[in-house]
Design a protein around this ligand. Structure first.
Ligand code: FAD
Ligand code: NAI
Length: 475
């Protein structure tokens, strides 16, 4: 390191992108600091995203099982199962605390310095850190390389005011901590956050209405998956209003009135709600970062554009995770964190952006990798499709867990697998095997002739691969 610099690498933001980049840079022998303005490390994911939502999804699933009589057919009679929402929230907070504390431990172990405060550029190598607390002092640090990993925050809906403290019109952060189960929860947006957090509150007793602008829920997913999941969610009790837009939300006392009308125009109606969750997407965090002082700007979606090596237009400045274009997912940010640190240290860090799995952690789970059928059609690729329903899988049948299917899309000429889409209680785990197979360039035949343990849900992947050539056994 040149004497002019305080650090070889300064990372701005300690989410899954930033904290992983900082740890890898330090492991590679670079003097590294990470600036984070939150009180705890781990970013959106650990504090108000992946982890608390999964804690509530897990707990609410257990509650529904215990409470709904679903276990009786297995000979398990439970009476008097009661919801203790306060304890459920305490357990969620405990998990978050353990995991964010774990990152602090990893920083110490790897000698990453945590600079506490809000970062803004003074020039391409200098960053001012304004303290998060009154007692802290402002300092400026200079770094040879800077990684921007400032993540994203909730996209606002013009005309709809979110107030998490009042717990009536909330965003995802508010919906992770509602003080009581609402009688009626209205979701504005039928994407991943809506369906996951909507599932939590439905299982705990709320009536849930989804208002989705497009004609189907879960944008970006394979069409058949979107259709089948909507069918399953409706069966679970979700009221799904697609092709519908919200024109306003008013709050009076402890109630909200949501005005809706057909997206294409037409007669409107109102919905009375005890809570409204605004979940229409997320926007990159660049406000107040002083990008212009570093010679940087954003694209028309507010994102920082990078090249294949995560380099921005300014040679020593890199950007990763939700703040750059691409899927807003924690594992993508983490992989980019490793790759960018390796690139800075002179190694070759690569992320295959064509193979980033996506999982919706509802019940059943919905998991996806590679191309959808619609994308293949649009690209003019000729493909074969193999589908296998869990109705034909012995383990799923035994467990009374037959919702969903596996769908494999393979190139019609080469048989190379191009996309896999799964709805199943275990889809999030099962997607890993096909992701790995696709990384290795597998054909559907490779998967079909790989021995899968019996009886497992994974056998449905093998059978879907066999179905690509029209030869599944169990259906
Ligand atoms: P972030 O995690 O957003 O971290 C950025 C950090 O930078 C923040 O801590 C912020 O405080 C800090 N920061 C920003 N600006 C500054 C500044 N100027 N100075 C100092 N610090 C700054 N993804 C999944 O893959 N799986 C899931 O199950 C999942 N569930 C989710 C559930 C919810 C409710 C939400 C909201 C998101 C979920 N996500 C999930 C998405 C996931 O959280 C993000 O994709 C991921 O956190 C992005 O990581 P990141 O490092 O880019 O940014
Ligand atoms: P999203 O993009 O998944 O869904 C938003 C939905 O809102 C879309 O269906 C969109 O058509 C709809 N919409 C937009 N404007 C609307 C309007 N005015 N009225 C009605 N509907 C409208 O965004 P979401 O759910 O907010 O999640 C944000 C991001 O967080 C996701 O992109 C995802 O990457 C990440 N995330 C990932 C999770 C996971 O991996 N399991 C879990 C939760 C979030």
């Amino acid at each position: 390191m040149t004497d002019n610099f305080d650090y070889d690498v300064l990372v701005i933001g300690a989410g899954p992108g930033g904290y992983v980049a900082a740890i890898r840079a330090a492991q590679l022998g670079l003097k590294t600091a990470c600036v984070e303005s939150r009180k705890t490390l781990g970013g959106t994911c650990l504090n108000v995203g992946c982890i608390p939502s999964k804690a509530l999804l897990h707990a609410s699933e257990l509650y529904e099982e215990a409470h709904s009589g679903a276990l009786e057919k297995f000979g398990i009679k439970l009476t008097g199962a009661k919801l203790d929402l306060k304890q459920m929230m305490t357990e969620k907070t405990k998990a978050v605390g353990e995991l964010t504390g774990g990152i602090e431990y990893l920083f110490k172990k790897n000698k990453v310095t945590w600079l506490k405060g809000l970062a803004s550029f003074e020039d391409a190598h200098s960053v001012k850190i304004s303290p998060s607390t009154d007692s802290g002092k402002t300092e400026t640090v200079r770094a040879k390389n800077i990684i921007i990993a400032t993540g994203s925050s909730v996209a606002p809906l013009p005309g709809v005011e979110v107030d998490n403290d009042k717990a009536i019109v909330v965003d995802s952060t508010g919906a992770l901590s509602l003080p009581k189960v609402p009688d009626h929860l209205v979701l504005i947006g039928g994407g991943v956050i809506g369906l996951e957090l909507g599932s939590v509150w439905r299982r705990l007793g709320a009536k849930v209405t989804v208002v989705e602008y497009l004609d189907q829920i879960l944008p970006g997913m394979d069409g058949e998956i979107r259709k089948e999941s909507a069918k399953i969610f409706k069966k679970q009790g979700f009221d799904i209003k697609t092709g519908t837009k919200v024109t306003g939300v008013t709050v009076k006392g402890k109630k909200a009135t949501v005005s809706i009308e057909p997206a294409k125009g037409g007669e409107g109606e109102t919905l009375d709600a005890d809570a409204v969750l605004v979940c229409i997407g997320r926007k990159p965090n660049t406000d107040g970062l002083g990008l212009d002082k570093a010679g940087l700007s954003t694209n028309d979606r507010g994102q920082i554009v990078v090249d294949h090596d995560f380099a921005t237009a300014v040679p020593n400045i890199y950007a990763i995770g939700d703040v750059v274009p691409g899927l807003m997912l924690a594992h993508r940010a983490e992989d980019e964190g490793i790759a960018v640190a390796e690139n800075i240290s002179g190694q070759t860090g690569i992320v295959n952006h064509d193979l980033i799995p996506g999982v919706v952690y509802t019940h059943p789970e919905i998991a996806s990798i590679g191309k959808t059928e619609e994308e293949l059609k649009e690209a003019g690729v000729t493909y074969k499709s193999g589908k296998f329903p869990f109705m034909g899988n012995s383990r799923a049948k035994t467990n009374r867990d037959t919702d969903g299917f596996v769908k494999i899309l393979a190139d019609a000429t080469t048989d190379r697998v191009l996309g896999v889409h799964i709805i199943s209680s275990l889809a999030g785990t099962m997607i890993a095997q096909v992701t790995q197979a696709m990384e290795f360039g597998a054909t559907s035949e490779d998967i079909a002739y790989t021995c899968h343990a019996h009886p497992t849900h994974s056998e449905a992947v093998k059978e879907a691969a066999m179905a690509v050539t029209g030869k599944p056994i169990h259906i």
